[in-house]
Structure formats: C-alpha cells, structure tokens
Design a protein around this ligand. Structure first.
Ligand code: HEC
Length: 388
C-alpha cells in the first residue's frame, strides 16, 4: 500500500544509502514498528540532501509525514519539521505540545508551530470550552511564543468575554517577556486592569528583573499584607524557599483554616476539592497561586452559585444537586441547604471562587511556605507498588 516511488527518488535512495557514506542519520535504536524500512530509507535520504524540496515529490513527502507521525518528539522529527515546515503536521504538533507542555519536547513542538505560523492551533485551544486544556495551551504559548507571545495573549487578557482564570493565566504567561511586562505596566497605569487581575500583575511586575519597572509598578500596585503586616513576597520568590512539613500541617488547621473547606486523608470538610494528592497535581508556584489568588483557578466542579429565596434569604455555595423540584447548595461552612424551586427568586453562577481571596492575612510568609511544603508532599501513592 506504500505509494510507488518515482524512479528518480529510487536512484537517489540508492546513492545516498550507499555504504561509503558516513553512518546512518536515524538513530540505531529507531527500529520500532509502524514504519516500513522503505520509509526510513526515504527519510534517511531526505536528511542527507541539502537542497531537497519536499514538495517536489509526493511519495517522499508522504513517507516523511508517516515518519513524523510515528516519531514525533524525536530530534530527527524536529529537524525535518524545522527544515520543511510541512503544514500537514501542525495538528499533530499541537496535540504533542499540549500533551508534553511541561517538557522540553513539548515546548520545542510549540516553538515549531510559531515558526511555521501555525500558532492559531494553540490559540484556538486557549479559547475553546475545555478549560483545563485551555490553561495548558496558555502556559505553553507563554513558554514558546518568544516575540509573538504578547500579540498572541494580549487579546485574551483584555477580553471581557474570557473567563477570569484564563485572563490571569494569559497575563502571567505574557509577563515572562519583557515586552509583556511593559504592556502590563501601561495597562496598570491607564487603570485598564480589572481588580481580579491585579494580584497577578503585581506578581509579574514586582518580581521583574528590570529594577525600573519594579519601581514604576510599585507606585500603582502592591502585594497584600500577611499576618505580621509585612507585604507578601512575590510568588516566584516564595517558590524558591523551603519550609517545614510538620509546621505546615499545623498551619493547614490553624491559623490557615484550610481544613474548614478541604479534606486531607479523610479529615476536614468538603467545601473545596480533596487535597490528599494535590502535590502530584500542582507545581510549587501553582500551589502558591491556588492559595493566594483563588480566582486564578476556579475548578469546574466547584463553581459558586448565588440563590435568593422569595422571603429574601440569600445563600452562596457550591451546586450539589438540581432537580425540577429543588436546588441544593453547599455553603462555605460545609452545610447543605435545599430550597424548593417554587421559592427560588434568583439563581445564578458567580464568577468568583468560594475560596477566600485574602488567606495570606491569616499567616506569615514563613507559615505560608511551611504550608506549601506540606501540601507539595501530599503525593499520589505510586500505583502498583507492593507494600513490604
Ligand atoms: C471557604 C472555603 C475554603 C477555604 C477556607 C479554603 N479553600 Fe481552598 N478551595 C476552595 C474551593 C471551593 C476551591 C475550588 C476552586 C475554586 O472554586 O476556587 C478551592 C481550591 C483550592 C486549591 C486548588 C485545588 C485544585 O485541585 O486545583 C488549593 C490548592 C486550595 N484550595 C488550598 C487551600 C488552602 C491551603 C487553604 C488554607 C490556607 C484553603 N484552600 C482554604 C474553598 C476553600
């Protein structure tokens, strides 16, 4: 079923696969299934031909694409894409990048999308319904877009239609670039920045390596105060520190009050997500952000609703169940309240997280670092490991 190769290509193959030439360009270990020896020979040849135009031979192109799909992520695959920029591989490249967004290869894949002018593949995901993938796409654009990061992410930051968690992620990703910081600073000065974005903006600007930007930004922004009335250090700085696990476990209960809303190994209330394995889910930096800037990550299952009854009682909480007859919300004290549909005057989703926005004032920076140390240690137990 392999397409017939034109005679010219066959001649080239014979010449370039000749044993007098230096050793093979494909790794010796490249003997996995899926690929025919013929495809490998074509790729080997194409890699050797300095001025070969992939578009000049449909069969060679088909062989290269088969190779790319089977070996995407390898050095050879990236070399081939960099050289020939075949747009047909863009969807695979985007999927690979999203799957490996926290790895070198994933970032390289995304960089190639930008080099091919195919970054829209990532931008579309950043705006699509699946919020977890969208957040991954935004972070990936921030890591790979270089000179195009700001123009790619700015529309997300400024759009009133984009959800707050995505806007915060886009602002943070944009803030990794110096021109992104400049852009954010001018938005701050023009007071064009919604309040919900200010914590993220302060974190980006006050931790900038550019001293002038820090000075300028501190005229407009500050980080909130902690329990000892000291300003909170920026998240990147907090993430460099190490704390004490045992103290952190205590902070989780008191003074942090986290246990009022989160369960760890069966202990605590279930207003927010169970945190028994949170250390496997979030990076250290993301953990600080989850605690300090809850609207940066409103999880899908934990959206807050407001309900007003016809006798003027207001409830705020998580939606537990919703039937034709009644609505049940779980309040932030972990109490389930059920209201008959007939008695419901108003029922709507709130954009804000139910997690308090100012938890840093309950703790000192040291206690916060201890708390995160404790949470980072809450890992998924290794699957299949045999207890001895
Ligand atoms: C009043 C309830 C409440 C309190 C108090 C609270 N949280 Fe939360 N927390 C939530 C809710 C609800 C969520 C779900 C996401 C959202 O809506 O923001 C959440 C989300 C989180 C997440 C992200 C979880 C994930 O799966 O991504 C972390 C981490 C977290 N909280 C840690 C803490 C820590 C640490 C404290 C104490 C300092 C704390 N929370 C105090 C309600 C609370």
């Amino acid at each position: 079923m392999t397409p017939r190769l034109r005679p010219a290509i066959l001649i080239l193959l014979t010449i370039f696969a000749c044993p007098l030439l230096p050793g093979p360009l494909l790794p010796a270990a490249d003997d996995g299934g899926e690929l025919s020896p013929q495809d490998k020979l074509v790729v080997e040849t194409v890699l050797r031909l300095q001025s070969f135009q992939l578009e000049s031979s449909a069969p060679a192109k088909a062989a290269v694409l088969r190779y790319l799909r089977a070996r995407l992520g390898s050095k050879q695959s990236f070399d081939l894409i960099r050289r020939f920029k075949p747009v047909e591989i863009a969807p695979d490249l985007a999927a690979f990048g999203l799957e490996h967004a926290n790895e070198t290869e994933g970032v390289r894949a995304a960089e190639l999308l930008f080099a091919m002018g195919q970054q829209k593949r990532l931008l579309d995901v950043a705006e699509a319904d699946d919020s977890e993938r969208a957040m991954t796409a935004i972070a990936l654009i921030g890591r790979s877009g270089r000179g195009k990061t700001v123009e790619s992410l700015l529309p997300l930051v400024t759009s009133g239609e984009t959800s707050m968690d995505r806007r915060i992620a886009a602002l943070t990703a944009m803030g990794r670039q110096i021109d992104g910081q400049t852009q954010i600073l001018s938005m701050v000065k023009e007071t064009a920045l919604p309040d919900e974005l200010k914590f993220a903006a302060a974190n980006v600007l006050l931790a900038s390596p550019n001293a002038e930007a820090v000075e300028e930004a501190s005229k407009y922004l500050s980080l909130p105060e902690t329990a000892d009335s000291q300003p909170l250090p920026p998240v990147v700085e907090l993430a460099k520190r190490r704390g004490d696990v045992a103290t952190g476990a205590k902070v989780f209960r008191e003074p942090g009050t986290c246990i009022e809303c989160h369960k760890i190994h069966g202990e605590g209330k279930e207003v927010g997500p169970d945190l028994s394995e949170i250390g496997s889910k979030l990076s250290r930096e993301a953990m600080f952000v989850a605690i300090l800037d809850p609207s940066a990550a409103v999880s899908h299952n934990f959206e807050t609703y407001v309900l007003l009854t016809d006798d003027g009682t207001a409830f705020t909480g998580l939606l537990i169940s919703q039937t034709d007859a009644a609505i049940t919300l779980r309040t932030n004290e972990g109490i389930d309240r059920t209201v008959d549909r007939e008695a419901v005057e108003l029922f709507e989703k709130k954009s804000q997280s139910m997690m308090p926005q100012d938890l840093q004032r309950l703790m000192t920076a040291e206690q916060l670092v201890d708390l995160v140390e404790y949470l980072m240690g809450l890992q998924k137990s290794a699957e299949g490991s045999t207890a001895t």
